[in-house]
Design a protein around this ligand. Structure first.
Ligand code: GDP
Length: 195
């Protein structure tokens, strides 16, 4: 699907460090522990490619991966870090806003939501930021394997209900399990079609 190397490219701490906007780009956002690294690993087919972005010191960086020659995949740091010192949080939020509003090749953000918990207040914050930055975003539910059959429709309904308020939300949801491989091919195909 992605011709060429799938690899970690670089971690970026300032806008000046961004790679050239010479190809389509998608970014992944989600609260810490939502399963973002696992999803990126599953999506790229590389077992531990996204581990780098979870190591301390890397967590405040915007991490770039190549999906062949055609796309960049961007791993945004996990949010909801209540313990981080305020100046760090502010610096990170500034960079995030600059990135979201100033990246011409950014085609879509994927906002990861833990399927067991649905959309929480911290998720609404990033969605509002995406609204105001005019970045189309699509919700990806993670850890679907932890849901019982009857719970699937319930969480999908909760998420759909909350997305109505967000003008930048793409209505279609993707239910995934990195553990079971569910939804991964679908997500990969969605990324590939974003040119
Ligand atoms: P991150 O902090 O968002 O990068 O989250 P990780 O990918 O490190 O995952 C956080 C925890 O959730 C780990 O214990 C993973 O093993 C677990 N996890 C991630 N994806 C899945 C999944 O699809 N199913 C299940 N059952 N657990 C998962």
């Amino acid at each position: 699907l992605f011709a060429g190397p799938v690899d970690f490219l670089k971690g970026v701490v300032a806008m000046s460090g961004l790679p050239a906007a010479d190809r389509a780009e998608v970014c992944f956002a989600g609260r810490s522990n939502v399963g973002k690294s696992s999803l990126i690993n599953a999506l790229t087919g590389r077992k531990a490619i996204a581990r780098a972005s979870n190591t301390p010191g890397r967590t405040q960086e915007i991490n770039f991966f190549t999906l062949g020659e055609s796309h960049y995949l961007v791993d945004l740091p996990g949010y909801g870090f209540a313990n981080a010192p305020l100046p760090k949080v502010e610096a990170w939020q500034r960079l995030l806003k600059q990135y979201l509003s100033g990246r011409p090749n950014l085609r879509r953000a994927f906002v990861l939501i833990d399927a067991r918990h649905g959309i929480k207040a911290v998720d609404e914050e990033i969605m509002s930021l995406l609204d105001s930055s005019a970045v189309t975003f699509q919700c990806v539910l993670t850890k679907a394997d932890k849901l019982k059959a009857g719970e699937r429709e319930k969480v999908l309904d909760q998420v759909r209900g909350k997305l109505v308020k967000h003008p930048a939300a793409f209505p279609e949801l993707v239910l995934t399990s990195s553990e079971k491989g569910e939804g991964i091919a679908t997500l990969r195909a969605i990324v590939a079609t974003l040119e």
